[in-house]
Write a new protein. Sequence first.
Length: 355
Amino acid sequence: MSTASPSLSHGNARPMALANWLYIVAAMVVLIVFIGGITRLTESGLSITRWELVAGILPPLTDAAWQAEFDLYRQTAEYKFESGPAGMDLAMFKFIYFWEWFHRILGRLIGVVYALPLAWFWIKGAIPSGYKLRLFAMMALIGLQGALGWYMVSSGVGDDVTLTDVSHFRLSAHLLTALFLLAGLVWTALDLRKLAKDPDAKSANMTGIGVLVALIVFMQMLLGAWVAGLNAGHASYEWPLMQGRFVPEFDDHKGMFWAVTHDPYLLHFLHRWWAWVAVAALIVLGRRVRAADRRASIALHSAFGIQILLGIATVLSEVSLWIAVMHQLVGALLVIALAWCLHVDGQANRRLAHK
């Protein structure tokens, strides 16, 4: 018979408290993904051209400060070639500035809400054996997110006058890191909840099928991030056809690799049809876990069903702001449901292996 970990045997570990804290942080990550979608779709990301960790907490408080920020924005290629010619004034600038500022403040808040309780749990010896490295790694991911956020913005505020937007590669790294963090938070919280109920419980492991499903969904989310970064949602407002045909015309004069990673028409096409490969994989996973946890299966089916409908609605609505934002929000919820099902699958596989 196995024994409990040293932390649990001394009664100091608080796995349920840790799990609840991680769920709170996960909810904040979902919120920042939602706000990030608004920031992207309102073209707000380049409104703040500097990264100031402390001084940037407060927005401009005087008319002169607002004008100074607006003057910095007017030096960007985005303003010179897009926002300026569209007639942006100071009032419109304040609107886009708010969303970028809120996005950055929320990111800082997530860091505080994660770091301070982590330090408290660590000092109190409340972290179960084997979890410190994992919790510290997620702290590092939060820090990486901040760095990637500025790395992304810096790609659109440099000296290159041809760049009117951020790099879609950097945007995808920023978004996918947030979603990977979200999955890690949920997975770890689920492990800790099991540990709270059974001191001898082991962490769940990914199954081979689970890894395959996760990779398929990762590819779909990568394509979605590139579509967002290149504004490729506007490549077609038809569904299921594009340009009146199934496969749209696209630019491949630089080779297929360049087309797959840069051409908005081809990326839009790949994103809308790879979605069905992802759906098939998710159905397989949902059926695998249904007997072990029906709630997880229902959550997964609900999430990808709504996500498909929102994706189609985003196209047909000509990328309506709130429909597109909801598409990104449900994408985050899909990651939570996916992590839940993968965890259930891993636990079920462990039980079968020990029978």
